[in-house]
Design a protein around this ligand. Sequence first.
Ligand SMILES: C[S@@+](CC[C@H](N)C(=O)[O-])C[C@H]1O[C@@H](n2cnc3c(N)ncnc32)[C@H](O)[C@@H]1O
Length: 228
Amino acid sequence: MTLSPRLKKTVDFAGKCGVVADIGTDHALVPVYLIENGLYRKAYACDIRPFPLKRAEEYISSRNLSDKITAILSDGLKNVPADVDTVIIAGMGGEMIIDILSSDIAHSGSLFVLQPMTSINDLRLFLYSNGYSILDEEIVSEHRDKKLYSVMKVKRTGEKAVFSELDVLLSPALQLKKTCEKDLYIIKNISSRLEIIENLKKSNFPDLEYMKKTESEIKLLERCLNAE
Ligand SMILES: C[S@@+](CC[C@H](N)C(=O)[O-])C[C@H]1O[C@@H](n2cnc3c(N)ncnc32)[C@H](O)[C@@H]1O
C-alpha cells in the first residue's frame, strides 16, 4: 500500500513499537499500513463518527487484519484502552487536536504524532505551555508544492518549556531543518503576513500592536530561509 507523503511522514514518525491508536482514522489507512508492515503488533482505529468507522472496519476486514486492528467509536481518546505506546492524530484542525489532548491524561505517557491541518502555531504554543516537547517536526508537500503539511513527533515531559516568539512559528527541530519544503512553508507564512499588513494599512483604524507583532514575525521568518 502506498501512502501520500503526508501520511508516509506520519507513519515514519510513529516508527516501530507495540500498540498504536489512530484517532480520526477515517479509512484506517494508517493503522493498516503500520500492521501490514510489521511496525506495530496491535492497533486501535478510532473515529467519532459511525460512518467513517464502518468504512474503516470494512477496509480492515478486507485486509484480513480484524484480529490485530480494533475499530473503536470514540471522541478523541475517551474510549481508547490505556495500553497504547503511540497516539496518532492526523488530518484534523489544530484546535481539535488541542481539545483531544486537553481532555485526556490516561495516554499522556505515549509518543504522539500530530499532523494539524490548521492553527499550527496555536498547537505549538499549547504544547510548549502544557508540558509537551516537540521532538521533531517536518514540512511535507503534496500536489506539486501547492499543499504544505506540518507533521510533529511529540512527547509529554511534564515540564513547562521556555520558548521564544520564533519557536511558535517554527519549532526548534524545524528551525534546524534545511529543506525546500521548510523554505516554502516560511515563504507562505511571510506572504500571508504581508497581506495582513497591507490590509491593516488600508484600514481607518489599524490595530498597531497587531501590525508590530506581524512585522516582527516576518523578520524572524526571513532569517530562517536557508535551504541549501
Ligand atoms: C479529514 S479525516 C482525517 C483522516 C486521516 N486521519 C488522515 O489524516 O487522512 C478526519 C477524521 O477525524 C474524525 N474526527 C473528527 N473529530 C474527531 C474526534 N474528536 N475524535 C475522533 N475522531 C474525530 C472525523 O470523523 C474524520 O473521519
